[in-house]
Design a protein around this ligand. Structure first.
Ligand SMILES: [Zn+2]
Length: 397
């Protein structure tokens, strides 16, 4: 069983150990190395593995994955074989681990505050590349939080972070363990490791934690959405939260400059702009609809099909909404037949009093279909001429 050095010192980036076993990994050209002692954290409890290097007298290899097996052996995936018995030096990527500890520590603080303030039970943690999520079972099966609750949770956790309370991890004897006020019962029966963050949070956890709450830095809740009957809370902590703040500020500044308004007036300016744009689009649609109707009127032919008015129209590609509106207005009149192509889109329509199946007609000259009075599809401009010829030959019946 590998001695886990991170239990005693979560900031140990550099350590010495000895290879106890070496085996071929499932991936080609990869090896799995077991050590007598290791500071590398293996993926567990939602916290991803550490990366880094293993080096020895005449070599070095990156560590690209770390997993623990059921017997408690920690296996380091490497590019090179290292024979059992070799003395090695392990180096951890401290920036990656620090980031993981900030997110993981923040998750503890958030779960503790949710339990204390809202009576919610946190089910699982997923620490992602961009943001982390927890699923929370809330009383009365609520699956959302109000804006006030989100602000309250953030304020509670951030003020506790600023208090810089010590974070302590230890393995209590059974008698002590039974008396501890844990947030939820441990999932393992033996070697239960406890983490206590000031007086705010106490729970069983085998993960790595910052030395004090202050080193979590900051928490920001990003979203709360329903997920499988729970509330799924996304958040970022520490350096990630600071970087996100900078990124959002840059976006907000640029948007403010584009809309010529200060950042705190952005949402008002954006909604004003949206409603003005909606009004302009409505006017443009009306204008274009009128234009299409005028073009159709110019193309009207009263002679080809006596008793009916046939309009065969070719238009360039244009606003589909305006075309649809013009077509529906045109065929709302009496005795009209419309064969229209815009770009490559065919629209055949007729008034309610014309006994023609436009869906069948469109299928004879191009691709598509639809209702007897209104059909659409795709074709080439020549389709219109072919359809006119069919109507001339077969008439309206
Ligand atoms: Zn933990």
């Amino acid at each position: 069983m590998t001695e886990r050095l991170y239990y005693d010192d979560a900031y140990l980036w550099d350590f010495e150990g000895q290879v106890t076993a070496c085996r071929k990994a499932r991936q080609e050209d990869r090896w799995e190395i077991a050590l007598d002692r290791s500071a590398f954290y293996p993926t567990s409890g939602g916290q991803p593995y550490d990366t880094g290097t293993l080096s020895w007298e005449d070599g070095e290899t990156p560590v690209t994955d770390v997993e623990a097996d059921r017997d408690g052996e920690v296996w380091h995936t490497t590019d090179r074989e290292i024979p059992a018995g070799t003395a090695v030096r392990g180096r951890i990527d401290g920036a990656r681990r620090t980031d993981h500890m900030e997110q993981h520590g923040g998750e503890h603080m958030l779960a503790g505050a949710i339990w204390e303030k809202l009576g919610g039970t946190t089910i699982g943690l997923h620490l992602g590349q961009e943001e982390s999520t927890i699923d929370v079972a809330l009383p009365e099966e609520r699956t959302h939080l109000t804006e006030e609750e989100i602000t309250m949770l953030e304020d509670t956790v951030n003020s506790r972070i600023r208090m810089d309370a010590p974070i302590r991890c230890w393995f209590p004897p059974a008698e002590e363990l039974s008396r501890l006020p844990l947030r939820k019962p441990p999932t393992v029966a033996e070697h239960v490791r406890i983490v206590a963050m000031g007086d705010f949070e106490m729970v069983a956890c085998g993960g790595t934690h910052p030395a004090s709450t202050g080193r979590i830095g900051l928490i920001k809740i990003l979203s709360v959405i329903p997920a499988r009957g729970k509330a799924r809370i996304s958040f970022v902590c520490g350096g990630r939260a600071c970087r996100m703040f900078s990124r959002y500020m840059r976006c907000a500044d640029k948007a403010g400059a584009a809309l010529s308004c200060p950042v705190d007036k952005l949402s008002r300016a954006a909604s004003d702009l949206k409603s003005r744009l909606g009004e302009a689009e409505r006017k443009l649609n009306q204008f274009e609809t009128r234009e299409v109707l005028e073009t159709i009127a110019k193309a009207e032919d009263h002679d080809t099909l006596p008793g009916y008015i046939l309009a065969a129209v070719t238009l360039p590609e244009m606003n589909a909404r305006a075309v649809a509106e013009a077509v529906s207005r045109y065929i709302a009149q009496k005795k009209k037949i419309l064969l229209l192509i815009t770009g490559e889109r065919l629209t055949f329509g007729r008034s309610a009093d014309v006994p023609l199946d436009m869906g069948a007609l469109i299928r004879r000259v191009g691709r598509g279909g639809g209702r007897p009075d209104l059909a659409s599809g795709a074709g080439i401009p020549e389709c219109i001429g072919v359809a006119v010829k069919i109507l001339k030959t077969e008439g309206v019946r």
